[in-house]
Design a protein. Structure first.
Length: 94
């Protein structure tokens, strides 16, 4: 399922340009974090069409996806730390 973020409010062009400029300085999706997600979510809420607000189900889905991604990232970091520690212990016994 994909969800598009569209800018329809005043200042949408400047927000879009700022986001594009910031994205160009980063190197890939791996560099995006919780702060970036919250900025996008806030921009989405600020620029939504008041006559057609974002569906609550879509919002909950986005938050659940972010939570899942955050948990996966934390688990990956923990597993890497464990792997590095095991490699260090293994090198001591070789």
């Amino acid at each position: 399922m994909t969800t598009a973020i569209t800018n329809t409010g005043v200042g949408a062009a400047s927000a879009s340009a700022a986001t594009s400029a910031k994205a160009a300085t980063k190197s890939g999706w791996g560099s995006l974090g919780a702060g970036d997600f919250l900025k996008l979510l806030t921009a989405q809420l600020q620029n939504q069409d008041p006559t057609q607000p974002t569906d609550n189900i879509q919002m909950v889905t986005q938050l659940a996806q972010f939570s899942s991604l955050s948990n996966s990232t934390e688990m990956s970091a923990t597993l890497k730390t464990i792997s590095d520690q095991l490699a260090a212990l293994n090198s001591k016994f070789d």
